[in-house]
Design a protein around this ligand. Structure first.
Ligand code: UDP
Length: 309
């Protein structure tokens, strides 16, 4: 049984990772519950191989572990811009703490990076060699630059101390355990439709995203962690099927019996115009690609929100 630390383990992705890894491992879940919820980890709290530490990833932590997954950072643009300094610190100071812990324990560490490192991309689809187009003093930069700096720290710890690192660049993901007030597109549209409220499309809705269902993504993260030690370079994880925001709204509206109408709002600052991962590296090195169709994933996510609303 491996001893695994999951930082951000009560959040959307973190709790889904706990659910999978608790089957064969001992889990230490670290979360300050800023966006994560106790509700997400409630089914595991009384299990012998699960412990929860209510602490910010910025605070030093000393535990014996074999592997670390770092998911401790608020990922929804609306939420992470509310306290930008905290957002940047979570990524940078957080990963610094965890890298020191990993190095001391000779543990493997996986950082969940993001497609946001590509900013508003001028290359399409985005490959891992693309350096990106980020406004580093814009409102999104607290997240984008925090995640970029975390990749730098990961790579330098590997170069200097030989720390065993894994970097996943995660593209838009959706599914069970997203919070009702998360603020990202899929959860917003589903919650709005279920409550018969207007569907808020920012801009014209012609901007695109490529959405991965959470179960697929979690499988990709675990395969990356289990990959051979030479794989220290960033790998994109996401679904390469691209949809406009308008199409996304139309699909969700077609699946819910609702009185909601589409309402167009201003496009937020620095909102990327398009986004689609090139997942050649994930296919080659991890033998991974998403399996769940957008339609199926949306149906499962609607069922989840129906339960909790
Ligand atoms: N978006 C939207 N309405 C919403 C929430 C988001 O039109 O209620 C748009 C947003 O402007 C962006 C896309 O959907 O173009 C994805 O936004 P999200 O916040 O989910 O994540 P991002 O990919 O921007 O990090």
């Amino acid at each position: 049984m491996k001893k695994i630390l999951i930082a951000g383990g009560a959040g959307f992705l973190g709790s889904n990772l706990c659910k999978k890894l608790i089957q064969d491992n001992e889990i230490i879940c670290l979360d300050n519950l800023s966006s994560g919820k106790l509700e997400n980890i409630k089914p595991f709290l009384d299990k012998k191989n699960f412990s929860f530490i209510n602490q910010d990833v910025i605070q030093p932590i000393d535990v014996k572990i074999d592997e670390i997954y770092n998911l401790a950072c608020i990922a929804s643009p609306i939420q992470y811009q509310k306290n930008p300094i905290q957002t940047l610190k979570s990524s940078v100071f957080g990963i610094n703490n965890l890298l020191e812990l990993a190095t001391k324990n000779k543990a493997k560490i996986l950082q969940t990076s993001t497609s946001e490192v590509y900013g508003n991309p001028l290359e399409h689809p985005q490959t891992e060699t693309y350096f990106g187009n980020v406004n580093f003093i814009g409102k999104r930069s607290c997240y984008d630059e925090g995640k970029r700096c975390a990749e730098t720290l990961m790579t330098d710890f590997n170069r200097i101390y030989g720390t065993k690192i894994k970097i996943a660049r995660i593209f838009n993901t959706y599914g069970e355990n997203m919070a009702i007030d998360d603020g990202r597109v899929i959860s917003n549209f589903i919650v709005q439709a279920l409550k018969n409220k207007d569907i808020t499309i920012y801009g014209t809705g012609s901007q695109t995203r490529s959405y991965c269902y959470v179960e697929d993504l979690i499988e990709g993260l675990i395969k990356l962690m289990d990959s051979s030690d030479e794989i220290t370079f960033p790998i994109n994880l996401g679904n390469s099927e691209e949809h406009s925001i308008l199409e996304t709204a139309e699909l969700i509206l077609s699946k819910i019996n609702t009185k909601s109408k589409i309402s167009f709002k201003d496009l937020p600052e620095d909102d990327p115009i398009k986004r689609k991962p090139d997942i050649t590296l994930a296919k080659k090195h991890l033998n991974w690609e998403p399996k769940i169709s957008f339609e199926k994933g949306i149906e499962k996510t609607i069922a989840y929100f129906k339960e909790i609303i």
